[in-house]
Design a protein around this ligand. Structure first.
Ligand code: ADP
Ligand code: ZN
Ligand code: ZN
Length: 736
C-alpha cells in the first residue's frame, strides 16, 4: 500500500487507557498485504510505550497530527467479530466510557497481554481394541479396570469433564492404562462438543409449557421475555428446555448468573442434562482457563456458556438465546470503572443479534415489570411451585417492648424450637456480618471509627479484628480504650457471628451454621455448607443476603427475618424494592415439601403499609404499587438518571471541580433537565477521599445522552479535573 496512487489508509485503534478517545495510525511504508481487519489486535507505540490495541475501523480521512505506523498485527483472523465490535462501541458510547477500557473488560487477560488466541488441548481417550492378555493385566488393578470400562463403554471415548464427574482420582490409573497401550488420546479442543440430552422424568406443567412454547415461537427474532416464577416454580426447567431447542438448531445459549459460586446448582443442572462441555466464565478462573472458555464460546465448540457479568461480552459463534437468571440482582451492575449493567447490555446485544432474551426471577425488578406494562417485554408467569409445596404464611412480629436475645424476640426463639422439634430446619436472615456493628468505650464514649471513612468499624470476634466494611481497613481488636485506657469496651448491636454464638448456646444439639462472606471465603466452603444443610446435619442456618440467591433447602419450614426495617427508611430510592425482593426471596426458601412454611418478620414498625401490602398481595401487584410511587416521584423507570461522583483527598478540590462542572452543565442543559445538587455524598469520606455528587434526571433518554456527551467532553478538558477523581454513572444503581 506504500504506492502513491493507492487511497491512503488510516487505522483507528482502541488503546486501553482511561481516555474517551481512540487513535489513528498508518501502515508502514513497506506494507505489502491488504490492511488488517477490524477486530484484530495490533501492537502500536503509544507515548513511548509499546501497547496492544484493537483495530476499530479503517478510514481515509487524513488526521491533522503526524501519524505513526502500526507494529505487528497479532491476529490473522479478527479476534472480535463485527457484531461484537458494534456492541462494544455501543457500550462505550452509551456509558460514556473510554473505549479502550471497554475492550479491556471484554478481552481475557492473556489476549490483552498479546498472547496468541490458541486453545489448550482438550483430550479425549478412547479404548484400543485389546488382546486378552492385556485385559488380564487389569485383573489386579480395580481402579484401572473401572476406568477402562467406563471409557470403553462409549464408542467415542470419554473426556476430562466426564472422568471428573465419575472418578475422584483418575489421572494415575489413566496414565497406567496409557502405558499399557490400552487407550488412545486425541486432542478434541477444536471439535464442536456434541450433547446427549437426558430428559427429566416429569412433564412440564401447563405454565412451563406455555412459557417454552412462547419462547420457541419467537426464537428467530429479538424479543424480551420476563419469566416470573417463585423459587421452585420450575424456571430452571424452562431454561433447560429452551436451551435444548437452541442446541437442536445448532445455536449457542449464553446464560448470565449473578455469582457462579452461589449458583453451582444451575451449572450442575445444565451439565447433567446435556452431558456436554460447558464454557463457564467467572472470576475464579485462572487466565489460561478463562482464555480457553472464551475461545470455546468464540469458535462454537462450546454450545452452552454460563458466566457472570462480564460474560455478556463473550464472543459467540452462533448465538441463539441469552438467558439472565435472577435478573433483578444488583451484581449485574458493575459499580466501578466501566459502570455497565450486564442485563441492559444483554438486551441490547439480543436486539443487535435479533435473538430472544429471557430474563428470569422470583422477584423481577421494577424496570422489567414496567417494560411489560409498556409492551416492550412479554410476561411469562409460573404461578405455582412444582410438586406439593405451597406458599408460606407471613407473620409480623412487633419488636417494641420486648427483651431481645441476640436480636431475637422470645416468640422467634419459640418458633425455632418448635420447628426443630418437628424435625425441620430454620433459616434466620440477618444482613449484617461480623459480631457487632460497633464498639464503644463505656467510660469516655469513644467509638471505633475507620480512619479513612466516616463509618464505624465492625467487630469481628472470630478473627479478633475491627474491620471497616467500606474500605476493608482493619486493626486488631483493642482490649482497652485508645483514648482513656479503660477496659470497659462494649460491643454494641449484633451481627451474624453473635447470633451464631447465642443460638449455639440456646440450641446446643441443633447444629448451627453461619453463611456469610466471612464463613465462605475459602474455596469450596460454600458448597460444603450447602451440603451440610441439605443432609440435615445442621438445623439452624444463619445467613446474610447470600442466602437469598436461588437455593433450595427443602427442609426449611421456618424463616425469621431479624431486621426488616432498613428497607423502609433507607436513603436509596430502591430500598423498598430491595427489601421486598429480599423478603420474597427469603420467604421462598420456606415451605417444606409436605408442610406449610412460615415466615416471621421482626420489625419496629409492624403497621407500616409496606408490610401490609407485601403480605396481602402477590409480588406483582405489590410492584405495581411501588411503580406508582416511582411515577409520582419521577424516579426510574419513569426517568433516566446519571450521577456525577467526584472525590479527592481535599474537600476544597472536590468542591471546586464539582462547582465548575455544575456551572458548565447549567449553561448546556435545557430547562426541563433536572439538576439535583451538587451535594455532599451520603458517605462523605471514603477510603480517605472526600466525596460530592451531582444528579441529572430527565424524562428523555436521548436528550440526557446528548447533554452528557457534550458535558463530559467539557469536563475532560477542565484543569480542575486533574486534581480529582470523577466519574459519571449512567443509570446508577444507587445514589451514593
Ligand atoms: P426454579 O428454577 O424456579 O427455582 P427449578 O426449575 O429448579 O425451579 O424446579 C424446582 C424443582 O422442581 C426441581 O427439583 C425440578 O427438578 C422440579 N421440577 C421442575 N419442573 C417440574 C415439573 N414440571 N414437574 C415436576 N417437578 C419439576
Ligand atoms: Zn475510653
Ligand atoms: Zn474505611
Amino acid at each position: 500500500m506504500g504506492t502513491e496512487s493507492a487511497t491512503p489508509v488510516y487505522l483507528r485503534i482502541a488503546i486501553s487507557i482511561p481516555l474517551r478517545k481512540s487513535f489513528d495510525y498508518c501502515l508502514p511504508d513497506d506494507w505489502q498485504s491488504p490492511p488488517p481487519r477490524p477486530g484484530s489486535r495490533i501492537k502500536v507505540t503509544f507515548g513511548n510505550k509499546s501497547v496492544i490495541g484493537v483495530l476499530l475501523y479503517i478510514h481515509h480521512e487524513k488526521p491533522a497530527y503526524k501519524l505513526r505506523a502500526i507494529g505487528e498485527v497479532l491476529d490473522y483472523q479478527p479476534l472480535i467479530d463485527p457484531h461484537l465490535l458494534e456492541l462494544l462501541n455501543w457500550a462505550a458510547d452509551y456509558y460514556c466510557h473510554a473505549i479502550g477500557e471497554v475492550f479491556a473488560t471484554a478481552l481475557p487477560a492473556r489476549l490483552r497481554q498479546g498472547m496468541s488466541a490458541n486453545k489448550s488441548p482438550v483430550y479425549r481417550w478412547t479404548a484400543v481394541i485389546d488382546t486378552g492378555e492385556q485385559q488380564a493385566k487389569l485383573a489386579n488393578a480395580p481402579k484401572q479396570q473401572a476406568l477402562y470400562q467406563f471409557i470403553s463403554s462409549s464408542k467415542d471415548g470419554r473426556q476430562e469433564f466426564e472422568l471428573n464427574a465419575n472418578f475422584v482420582n483418575w489421572r494415575a490409573p489413566l496414565k497406567a492404562l496409557e502405558q499399557k497401550n490400552l487407550l488412545s488420546q486425541n486432542d478434541v479442543s477444536n471439535k464442536p462438543s456434541d450433547f446427549h440430552y437426558q430428559a427429566p422424568d416429569y412433564r412440564l406443567n401447563p405454565a412451563q409449557q406455555k412459557a417454552l412454547d412462547t419462547l420457541i415461537d419467537n426464537s428467530g427474532h429479538f424479543m424480551t421475555l420476563l419469566l416470573h416464577g417463585v423459587t421452585g416454580s420450575g424456571k430452571t426447567e424452562v431454561y433447560l428446555q429452551s436451551s435444548l431447542h437452541m442446541l437442536q438448531q445448532g445455536r449457542q445459549v449464553l446464560i448470565l448468573v449473578p455469582e457462579i459460586g452461589l449458583t453451582p446448582q444451575l451449572v450442575a443442572s445444565f451439565q447433567s442434562r446435556f452431558a456436554t462441555t460447558i464454557a463457564v466464565l467467572h472470576s475464579g478462573l485462572n487466565d489460561r482457563e478463562r482464555l480457553d472458555a472464551w475461545l470455546s464460546a468464540r469458535d462454537g465448540t462450546a454450545k452452552i456458556i454460563i458466566g457472570t457479568r462480564s460474560a455478556v461480552f463473550v464472543p459467540l459463534q452462533a448465538p441463539g438465546l441469552i438467558i439472565i437468571d435472577e435478573e433483578h440482582d444488583s451484581s449485574f451492575k458493575q459499580m466501578e470503572g466501566f459502570r455497565y449493567s450486564a442485563r441492559d447490555v444483554a438486551i441490547k446485544r439480543a436486539s443487535l443479534l435479533n435473538i430472544p432474551v429471557l430474563l428470569g426471577s422470583a422477584t423481577p425488578s421494577l424496570e422489567s415489570f414496567s417494560n411489560v406494562h409498556a409492551g416492550k417485554s412479554t410476561l411469562l408467569h409460573l404461578p405455582d411451585r412444582t410438586g406439593e409445596a405451597s406458599h408460606p404464611d407471613i407473620f409480623r412480629l412487633d419488636l417494641r417492648g420486648h427483651k431481645l436475645t441476640g436480636g431475637l424476640l422470645p416468640h422467634s426463639l419459640k418458633t425455632i424450637k418448635e420447628e426443630i422439634d418437628h424435625g425441620g430446619q430454620v433459616l434466620i436472615f440477618l444482613n449484617r456480618r461480623g459480631y457487632a456493628p460497633a464498639m464503644v468505650c463505656d467510660s469516655c464514649g469513644w467509638i471505633a471509627e475507620c480512619h479513612h471513612c466516616d463509618i464505624r468499624m465492625t467487630v469481628h470476634r472470630r478473627d479478633a479484628r475491627l474491620r471497616c466494611h467500606v474500605c476493608s481497613h482493619e486493626i486488631p481488636l483493642p482490649d482497652s480504650c485508645p483514648d482513656c485506657g479503660s477496659n470497659q469496651l462494649i460491643k454494641l448491636g449484633y451481627g451474624t457471628e453473635k447470633l451464631e454464638d447465642v443460638l449455639q448456646e440456646k440450641f446446643p444439639d441443633a447444629g448451627v451454621i453461619r453463611i456469610d462472606r466471612d464463613s465462605t471465603r475459602r474455596k469450596d466452603a460454600f458448597q460444603k455448607i450447602i451440603q451440610s444443610v441439605r443432609s440435615g446435619e445442621k438445623k439452624i442456618l444463619i445467613g446474610t443476603q447470600m442466602l437469598a440467591k436461588g437455593h433450595h433447602f427443602p427442609q426449611v419450614g421456618t424463616v425469621i427475618i431479624v431486621d426488616a426495617d432498613n428497607g423502609l427508611y433507607g436513603l436509596d430510592f430502591r430500598a423498598q424494592e430491595h427489601m421486598a425482593q429480599l423478603i420474597t426471596q427469603v420467604a421462598g426458601r420456606a415451605g417444606r415439601e409436605h408442610r406449610h412454611g412460615k415466615v416471621y418478620i421482626q420489625t419496629w414498625h409492624p403497621d407500616h403499609p409496606f408490610f401490609e401490602a407485601l403480605q396481602s398481595q402477590p409480588y406483582y401487584d405489590f410492584c405495581h404499587k411501588l411503580l406508582k410511587e416511582r411515577e409520582v416521584t419521577g424516579m426510574p423507570p419513569y426517568s433516566y438518571l446519571a450521577l456525577l461522583r467526584v472525590e479527592s483527598n481535599q474537600m476544597t478540590q472536590t468542591e471546586s471541580f464539582i462547582n465548575q462542572a455544575t456551572q458548565a452543565l447549567k449553561e448546556l442543559a435545557p430547562p426541563q433537565l433536572e439538576i439535583l445538587g451538587p451535594a455532599i455524598a451520603p458517605l462523605e469520606r471514603k477510603a480517605g477521599y472526600f466525596r460530592m455528587q451531582l444528579l441529572l434526571k430527565s424524562a428523555h433518554r436521548a436528550e440526557l445522552r446528548r447533554i452528557l456527551s457534550q458535558w463530559i467532553a467539557l469536563m475532560d478538558n477542565m484543569k480542575s479535573a486533574k486534581k480529582v477523581r470523577w466519574s459519571v454513572d449512567i443509570d446508577p444503581y444507587n445514589l451514593y
